[in-house]
Ligand binder design. Structure first.
Ligand SMILES: [Zn+2]
Length: 141
């Protein structure tokens, strides 16, 4: 015989995902291809728009994390060296977790804000505030 607690636990496990979970933000897919010794991140601008962040900010992050040089050309980002789509997407996920997604509700409706002397990520959906570990490239706005 199962204990009541076990039954309860099983019942919870069988519940569908909460609605809140369903609306969780999915990291946009990167369209990436290699061209000679460079890597073209073709839908760079679209990804920035989806994340609601400035191109320069995501670019600075990517160059820093990938440890390479690169530039923004139109709606693409071009990196020196060859990187896979998976590598780029892993960095986008890291970026989103650090600079976009609310750690309380998981929504991307957030913005940077300066409190006292530190930069924080403030959620417009639930009001949660989290200090940013790094403030690379954040412009004062
Ligand atoms: Zn939130």
């Amino acid at each position: 015989m199962m204990r009541y607690e076990e039954l309860l636990e099983r019942a919870f496990k069988q519940l569908p995902e909460r609605k809140e979970e369903e609306s969780r933000f999915t990291i946009p897919q990167a369209r990436v291809f290699i061209e000679g010794k460079t890597t073209i991140f073709d839908n760079f601008e679209a990804v920035c728009e989806r994340l609601n962040r400035e191109k320069e900010h995501l670019m600075k992050f990517l160059l820093n994390e990938l440890g390479t040089a690169g530039k923004i050309v139109g709606n693409r980002a071009i990196f020196q060296g060859n990187f896979t789509k998976e590598e780029i997407e892993r960095q986008i996920r890291k970026y989103a977790e650090e600079y976009v997604l609310c750690w309380e509700c998981g929504k991307p409706d957030t913005h940077f804000m300066k409190m006292e002397r530190i930069w924080v990520l403030k959620c417009d959906a639930c009001g949660a505030i989290r200090p940013l570990r790094r403030k690379i490239g954040i412009k004062k706005s």
